[in-house]
Ligand binder design. Structure first.
Ligand code: ATP
Ligand code: MG
Length: 409
């Protein structure tokens, strides 16, 4: 892609109301735009990053049998009344009514919608398990939408739902999801903890949150300094003491500054009982299905990546989510077009700065946008190309062929 055509161009200044790092850098670099508090456009660069995050999630969820689909965003009041959540979740919901006074809510989660699908389609134990997921928009009336794209009033979620015949089937699958999430967050490059949390009003089982260590994060967890044991505040206070109950050697220490990027819930039969989702087991008996739901916020993930990987000049993307693989800077006398064509023909995704602006402006845009590899071609580099990793001090001169080989590795 030619940078001269990229929409929009970078900005010198961050918006005045921007408090968080991800807000400042993602807006300046042209990844996101704020329509109103908590409401964001994913601009072309931002959508590229989110698409890569989603693809990593998709691969790991497909590997544990998830089937991707897409559910509506506008839901009738009646379905949310069946579980009582129309009233119980009132604060977080965006409710609306049409000219005929029919009431609706904008999707803030999809358990009830999946339950409706299940009761229409599940008859016997042979129809279970049913494992479905989607990437779609959630609307939540968040009181404090101040952390840039980390907390939107409208945001993207990957939500997975699973229905099973027995509690042990559910818990076996729950463990599979936990492992898949660990793979996903490792692939994304996060330093994170799997944190035990209480289930709230919908399950008496423990849930698990995936919390990324980030000094600016809003959450606080308690983690053992010797093993991987980690819990939220509620469970820590209930556990009565600092001695780690898991390894019995370490100390459970307070870790202030984490961001929740994922959360998994073994919900049990609460939903099935209220929405009458029963199946017939091998003995011909009617039983409620065992249900779980599992979320990741890809837009929050993008913001968190920026929070944990940047410097005073801009963003530092890792290879797996960067919007382009290389940023090719053409200075006077360089062979921009020739190199761009060769790289593109080799299947490499290039952002080519073909604009007639100063070298200084081009270099500062590279640092701001944060593509992991910067290549420079100029009269000075001649037949060679200068390679510099984002965040590195040193650069090296290379042949085009070596550049391609190194990128393909
Ligand atoms: P939080 O405690 O941060 O408000 P939550 O526990 O209400 O989040 P869940 O219902 O568990 O969120 O949603 C699953 C995932 O969706 C979260 O782990 C997070 O990655 C993402 N998410 C939740 N709320 C938001 C939001 N307002 N903006 C962006 N992503 C969000
Ligand atoms: Mg949560």
């Amino acid at each position: 892609m030619r940078q001269s055509q990229l929409f929009p161009k970078t900005k010198k200044e961050a918006p005045k109301d921007a408090e968080s790092i991800n807000h400042k850098l993602l807006v300046r670099a042209g990844f996101i735009d704020q329509l109103m508090s908590g409401s964001w456009t994913l601009l072309p660069l931002g959508l590229r990053v989110v698409a890569k995050i989603n693809q990593i999630i998709r691969e790991e969820i497909n590997a544990i049998g998830g089937q991707e689909m897409l559910m509506p965003l506008l839901h009738p009041k009646e379905i949310w009344s069946e579980t009582g959540r129309w009233d119980k979740a009132d604060e977080i919901m965006y409710k609306l009514s049409d000219v005929r006074k029919k009431e609706y809510v904008l999707s803030f989660t999809h358990e009830e919608i999946v339950m409706d699908l299940l009761r229409k389609n599940i008859r016997s134990y042979q129809d279970l398990p049913a494992i479905v997921y989607q990437f779609s928009t959630k609307f939540r009336n968040e009181p404090r939408a101040r952390s840039g794209i980390l907390r939107g009033r409208e945001f993207m979620m990957k939500d997975l739902y699973s229905a099973h015949a027995t509690e042990s089937d559910l818990m076996e699958y729950y463990e599979k999801v936990k492992k898949a999430y660990i793979k996903i967050f490792k692939r994304l490059g996060f330093d994170f903890k799997v944190v035990e949390a209480s289930g709230g009003v919908f399950t008496d089982k423990h849930t698990h949150e995936f919390q990324v260590i980030d000094a600016n994060g809003e959450d606080t967890i308690f983690a053992c300094n010797k093993c991987d044991y980690a819990v939220n505040k509620e469970i820590f206070e209930g556990s009565g003491g600092e001695k780690c109950p898991k390894c019995k050697e370490g100390k459970t220490e307070k870790l202030e500054g984490t961001v929740e990027v994922g959360n998994i819930f073994p919900l049990g039969t609460w939903y099935a009982e209220r929405m009458h989702v029963y199946y017939t087991n091998e003995k011909g008996l009617k039983k409620p299905v065992w249900f779980g739901s599992y979320g990741i916020g890809p837009t929050r993930v993008m913001g968190t990546l920026v929070e944990v990987s940047h410097d005073e000049h801009g963003i530092i993307w890792n290879k797996v989510v960067a919007p382009f693989e290389v940023h090719l800077v053409e200075l006077p006398g360089g062979k921009g077009e020739e190199i761009y064509n060769e790289l593109t023909a080799s299947g490499i995704d290039v952002l080519w700065d073909d604009r007639s602006v100063s070298a200084g402006e081009k270099f500062s845009d590279c640092d701001l946008i944060g593509i992991p590899v910067r290549l420079v071609t100029s009269a000075k580099t001649g037949e060679k190309i200068e390679w510099k990793d984002r965040g590195a001090e040193k650069s090296e001169q290379m042949d085009l062929e070596d550049v391609i080989n190194k990128l393909k590795k």
